[in-house]
Design a protein around this ligand. Structure first.
Ligand code: ZN
Ligand code: ZN
Length: 261
C-alpha cells in the first residue's frame, strides 16, 4: 500500500470563543468522529478523543490558553472512534457501564479485512459508503505502519452518570444518560445556551442502532427525550452541528423507520 502523508493529521475548527471541533478527515466516515474541546475558566474539557492514530494531546494543549488548568477527557461511550487517545489525558471520565471497556477495549484493526462482515453490513445498511481497504487513506507521518495500530485502554479516573454536573467554572453542563447506541452512552447539555453534545445518540448522518450492545427501544426513548429538550444547537458525535428544526426531523425520521413514533 502507498499512502500520502497528511500533516497535520487533525483538522481543527473554531466554533465559538471557547469551543473547538477537531476531526480526522483521513479516517473513513464511519470511524471519523468529532472531538470537541471546551475551554472553561477553571478547567478544560475534551469530549471524545478519536481513533488514537496520531497523538492528540499536543494539539489540544496548543489550543488551550492556560495549561495549568485541569484537563478532563470525557468519553461519551467506548466505541473505537471515540476513545483512541483517551490514554493521553490524566483525568478520564466515563459512564459506569462503559468503564470496563475503556480500561480494556476490544482489540481493533485498521485493516478492513479484519472487521466482521456482519458489522460491515450494518454500516452499509445504515447508509455509509463501502469501507476502503484500510480505515484510513493517508498516514499521519512518514513511516507510520497502519498494520501496527493498537487501541490502547486506560482506566477511568472517575465515573459520571445522569444528573452529574461537568463544572469548568464559567461553563457548566449536565450529564445525560443516552442509552441505545451503546449501554452507557452519555451526552452533555449546557442549558444557558441550549447546547447539546449528543454523542452518537444524535448527529446529522446515518445513525447506527442495530449492532452489538445496541438496544432499539432504549434508543427510541433517548431520541424522544432529546426532542423534548430546549435545544438550540446540537454538536453530535459525527458530522456538522445543526439546530432544533433538523433535530426534530432526524428524530421523526428514525422513530418512523423503527415504527416507534
Ligand atoms: Zn461514533
Ligand atoms: Zn458509537
Amino acid at each position: 500500500m502507498t499512502f500520502p502523508i497528511a500533516e497535520p493529521w487533525y483538522h481543527t475548527e473554531s466554533l465559538d470563543r471557547r469551543l473547538w471541533r477537531i476531526t480526522e478527515p483521513h479516517v473513513h466516515p464511519i470511524f471519523s468522529a468529532n472531538i470537541h474541546l471546551v475551554l472553561g475558566s477553571e478547567a478544560d474539557l475534551v469530549i471524545d478523543s478519536g481513533m488514537g492514530i496520531a497523538p492528540l494531546r499536543p494539539l489540544v494543549d496548543r489550543l488551550r490558553d492556560d495549561r495549568g488548568k485541569p484537563l478532563i477527557c470525557l468519553s461519551t461511550h467506548t466505541h473505537v472512534d471515540h476513545i483512541g487517545a483517551a490514554h493521553e489525558f490524566d483525568i478520564r471520565y466515563v459512564h459506569p457501564l462503559e468503564r470496563q471497556e475503556l480500561a480494556k477495549p476490544q482489540p481493533y484493526s485498521l485493516n478492513s479485512a479484519d472487521i466482521p462482515p456482519s458489522l460491515i453490513s450494518i454500516f452499509i445498511e445504515a447508509g455509509y459508503e463501502p469501507l476502503w481497504p484500510w480505515l484510513i487513506d493517508a498516514l499521519p507521518y512518514a513511516g507510520y505502519d497502519p498494520a501496527r495500530y493498537v487501541l490502547r485502554g486506560s482506566a477511568a479516573t472517575k465515573t459520571i452518570e445522569e444528573g452529574d454536573l461537568i463544572d469548568l467554572g464559567d461553563w457548566q453542563a449536565q450529564v445525560l444518560h443516552l442509552p441505545g447506541h451503546s449501554p452507557g452512552q452519555i451526552g452533555l447539555f449546557h442549558a444557558p445556551s441550549g447546547t447539546l453534545f449528543g454523542a452518537d445518540a444524535i448527529y446529522d448522518g446515518p445513525l447506527i442502532y442495530s449492532g452489538p450492545g445496541m438496544n432499539l427501544s432504549d434508543y427510541a426513548s433517548t431520541l424522544r427525550r432529546l426532542r423534548d429538550l430546549p435545544v438550540h444547537v446540537v454538536h453530535g458525535g459525527h458530522d456538522q452541528a445543526f439546530g432544533k428544526v433538523r433535530l426534530d426531523v432526524i428524530v421523526a425520521q428514525y422513530l418512523a423507520l423503527w415504527q416507534m413514533g
